[in-house]
Design a protein around this ligand. Structure first.
Ligand SMILES: Cc1ncc(C[n+]2csc(CCOP(=O)(O)OP(=O)(O)O)c2C)c(N)n1
Ligand SMILES: [Mg+2]
Length: 437
């Protein structure tokens, strides 16, 4: 047998001992604004890494795309009742989240809390404008406002945040796990991308009921909301493939707020333009100004009409921005101040108010007083929600295991170890030991 030659590794330490240590140049974010767009540029050591344009609505279709027969994408015009409904929903989203921040810093909420400030035009222009109780929404950890737009009461969402038995998830989910069967909220999911296959499953059951069980009423739409960072996750691509293959009534709603915690979208994504991933998988892709509720309403309305009438899925990329840190535990010191200021000027609620007062909705005759009244009404709704949450009972500890999926596996693993692989047994052990007293 031949002896294998073993190379002696060079003595690196000796060879490089005299070399000065190289500092990695840090990234610098440069933000430039244009009349109709915005560019983020990332420089490292003088080298330009990436740029990104933000613009109005753009649509991309697969080559030779033809809508399915019978698909009608004509939308009803935005009338006064709908405009007021959307405005009310945006006010609720904003004021609810502001109150959450106050409650969190007063120690009324536990764990991570991710707020939606700045992105209201997405939830309101999509869910509040077009979805019924019978439709389905899948969300992320940034889920309070999606649940509110879908019809969950502010009381039940606030109580959930307080960990109370009257919460949407009986106080056992908390901020990141809003779930409400009655209102078709299929969950806030904390693991990013986790909700996307759930949305496809939900859309598949609608299709199955329609095509196989021949249920006339089965025309529900499922919308999955998730972020730009999540759009790099493999589950997204598998789901795009299956959704297009089976023409599922699902809408992939990417809320591109430019950041995944502290990672700029452009730095993490080979092609940062997300809507183009729609046609790559044989479905339409739309990019829309996510801070303009009129634009979000139109884009989602069209996708919804397509899904309800058998035309299949759509990808929508909403260009938006979160006005607060990633979560309430994030001091938000990474993002360029000029970038924040640029987006603050484009606040979706202020923009909608302007549109109503002097813009394209002037003709609806909505007065400043009407808007003020709504704002006041919502203040009361949110204050009442806090009172309701505070006065609600804690969940009964005896219910602790009633809503878990896993069956006890004591027989297989034995008991008595605090790190028992089965959650229930582990908790039971801790309780027996008095660790919960
Ligand atoms: C599977 C998984 N990996 C990593 C994380 C950690 N994580 C939490 S939020 C987040 C960034 C998500 O960013 P984005 O999808 O853009 O959503 P945004 O917070 O901007 O709404 C990451 C990586 C996670 N929750 N789940
Ligand atoms: Mg993001």
């Amino acid at each position: 047998m031949m002896a294998r030659a073993v190379a002696t590794p060079p003595k690196k330490a000796d060879a490089k001992a005299d070399e000065p240590k190289k500092e990695m140049p840090s990234w610098e974010v440069k933000s430039t604004q244009f009349e109709d767009g915005y560019v983020s540029q990332f420089e490292r050591g003088g080298e330009l890494k990436a740029t990104m344009f933000r613009q109005g609505t753009v649509k991309a279709f697969p080559e030779g795309w033809k809508e399915e027969e019978g698909v009608d994408l004509t939308l009803p015009a935005l009338d006064k009742p709908m405009a007021l409904k959307i405005y009310k929903d945006m006010q609720l989203g904003r004021q609810f989240e502001d109150m959450c921040a106050q409650m969190y810093y007063r120690g009324k909420m536990f764990g991570f809390v991710h707020l939606y400030n700045g992105q209201e035009a997405v939830s309101s222009g999509c869910i509040a404008a077009w979805m019924d109780k019978k439709d389905y929404v899948v969300s992320t950890y940034r889920d309070h406002v999606h649940a509110l737009s879908k019809g969950c009461s502010a009381n039940a969402v606030m109580a959930e945040l307080f960990g109370k038995a009257t919460g949407v998830s009986k106080g056992m989910g908390g901020s990141m796990h809003m779930f409400d069967k009655e209102h078709g909220v299929l969950g806030g999911f904390a693991f990013i991308g986790e909700g996307i296959p759930v949305a496809c499953g939900s859309a598949f059951q609608t299709l199955y009921r329609k095509r196989v069980l021949r249920e006339e009423s089965a025309n529900q739409v499922t919308a999955a909301f998730f972020g730009d960072g999540t759009a790099n996750n493999g589950q997204f691509f598998e789901c795009l493939n299956m959704a297009a293959l089976w023409k599922l009534p699902v809408i992939f709603c990417i809320e591109n707020n430019g950041w995944a915690i502290g990672m700029a979208h452009e730095r993490a994504t080979s092609d940062p333009v997300i809507y183009r991933k729609g046609p790559a998988f044989n479905m339409p892709g739309i990019q829309v100004d996510g801070n303009d509720v009129l634009a979000t309403r139109e884009a989602f309305g069209e996708a919804c009409a397509r899904a309800r009438t058998g035309g299949g899925p759509t990808v929508i990329e909403f260009m938006t921005y979160r006005q607060r840190g990633h979560s309430l535990a994030d001091p938000d010191e990474l993002r360029d101040k000029r970038e924040k200021a640029w987006w603050a000027e484009r606040d979706p609620i202020k923009r909608f108010e302007k549109e109503i007062a002097t813009g394209s909705l002037k003709g609806l005759g909505i007065t400043k007083e009407e808007l003020k009244e709504i704002e006041k009404e919502i203040e009361k709704v949110v204050e009442d929600a806090v009172e309701f949450g505070e006065n609600s009972p804690e969940p009964d500890p005896s219910q602790m295991f009633d809503f878990t999926f896993a069956a006890p596996i004591d027989a297989a693993f034995g008991t008595g170890h605090p790190r028992h692989p089965e959650y229930k047994t582990s908790i039971q052990y801790e309780m027996e030991q008095g660790l919960w007293d």
